[in-house]
Unconditional design. Structure first.
Length: 437
């Protein structure tokens, strides 16, 4: 079984190393030995240390490597949209199976890859695209196919989870926690994709597509990052018995027109410390799946890193190899449900709203009246002098309101009207509350 490997960076080099170190075991599991036909890289002269591979296998001609007749499987660990999309579509249409870790491409245009796989009669595997080494996508794709999944809630970005966990543990602000994450190698030099939620949104689209048998793309996912989460927010969460996590949330439901639909969103949210996801710390990932027959299921482990991601890639290579030897294909894409994606305004959740207000009679009544006008029911109210808050902001008082479940559009309209009240100095923060807190 001959492999064309596209990319030899952090993940690609680990794939090559594991293929060498575990060659006998992998051959026994598949029923045939694996052999690297070539490795496409951007620069031939780069120092790759003691990587156990013949230097003659490296090439800058990815297209030529993919088109070779002796290549059975294409393994893509380059990332990005183009040229990866063109490479993989061509490979699949030519009947070559593909193993990829490219979450951005799958979320942006997974339909093109699935269609090309169907046209060429080839396998498309992508376990490594979400949550690293955690076996997650195949259970959704195969093991739970006899069940109905209603909700998927997950922590799928290790960088942001490390930052928020550090803020929770030490009381640090976002900038300090990000600096620590960068120093320890958890955050990239440019952390935008992580801290602004783009990485998690791509993974949310993939999870929703598999869980709900519906094509969901990155553009369908409501996305918010963690850059606005403050030390004061963390302190307020602690006071409620909660912590704050960047969550990927995908849920089945009914839209305003009564049609079956899905809601897919990524944003920071408070969750109770009793929730299974609350204790997920450091750079770990975890996904909580709620199915009708199976009930609640938890998937937990390392969600990133060269070795962890390479482990998932090799698992897919073994599956692809077995299928090719047996002359069968993996289960094809399941998008029969074709559910509509609900707009964020229809999403239902609870909210934590912190207001800087004037400390005078009638303020609470005025604020409560705004919530009532937009049919947002208040569950609890806490008012304290600004100096009593962990981070006083030089205002008269801080008003903290937690609502009952309400549509996102109603809460947005409430906040907009609150901005116009004379007694409200500023909206300090608005956070969603998930998990039954």
């Amino acid at each position: 079984m001959r492999l064309a490997i596209l990319g030899c960076g952090t993940v690609g080099s680990e794939v090559v190393r594991l293929l060498h170190e575990q060659s006998a075991d992998l051959a026994a599991r598949i029923g045939a030995p694996l052999e690297i036909a070539g490795i496409a890289v951007r620069r031939l002269g780069r120092d790759r240390g003691d990587l156990p591979v013949d230097p003659e296998l490296f090439t800058t001609d990815a297209v030529g490597l993919i088109k070779r007749d002796d290549v059975d499987v294409v393994v893509e660990v380059v990332g990005g949209i183009e040229p990866a999309r063109s490479w993989l579509v061509d490979a699949l249409r030519a009947g070559k199976s593909v193993v990829t870790a490219n979450k951005a491409l799958l979320a942006e245009d997974g339909a093109a890859l699935h269609d090309a796989a169907a046209d060429g009669g080839a396998d498309l595997y992508y376990e490594a695209s979400v949550a690293g080494a955690i076996p997650l996508l195949r259970p959704l794709r195969e093991s739970l196919h006899g069940d109905r999944i209603n909700r998927v809630t997950g922590i799928v970005n290790g960088t942001t989870n490390f930052i928020l966990s550090a803020m929770d543990a030490t009381g640090a602000g976002f900038a300090e926690a990000l600096e620590e994450a960068t120093e320890l190698g958890y955050a990239e030099a440019d952390p935008t994709a992580d801290v602004e939620g783009f990485d998690a949104a791509a993974k949310a689209a993939i999870l929703a597509s598999l869980a709900f048998h519906t094509r969901v793309g990155a553009a369908d996912v409501h996305r918010e990052g963690i850059t606005e989460v403050t030390a004061a927010d963390m302190a307020s969460a602690k006071a409620m018995g909660c912590t704050i996590k960047l969550l990927c949330l995908a849920a089945r439901g009914v839209d305003a027109a009564g049609r079956g639909s899905v809601s897919v969103r990524v944003h920071p949210a408070m969750i109770p410390r009793s929730h299974p996801l609350a204790s997920v710390g450091d750079a770990f990932n975890a996904v909580f799946v709620e199915a009708e027959a199976a009930g609640p299921l938890m998937f937990y482990g390392r969600g990133a890193g060269g070795a962890a991601t390479a482990s998932a890639v090799l698992g897919d290579i073994v599956a692809v190899g077995r299928n090719r030897l047996a002359g069968v294909r993996a289960p094809s894409e399941s998008a029969y449900a074709d559910l509509v994606v609900r707009p964020m305004g229809e999403a239902l959740t609870r909210y934590h709203v912190s207001l800087d207000v004037a400390d005078k009679p009638g303020v609470l009544a005025a604020v409560a009246g705004v919530f009532a006008r937009h049919d947002v029911s208040i569950a609890t109210v806490r008012q304290a002098p600004a100096g009593a808050e962990p981070a006083g902001r030089g205002v008269d008082a801080v008003l903290v309101i937690v609502t009952h479940v309400a549509p996102d559009a109603a809460l947005a309209a409430t906040v907009e009207e609150l901005r116009g009240l004379d007694a409200v100095r500023s909206i300090a923060s608005v956070l969603r509350v998930e998990g039954g807190a």
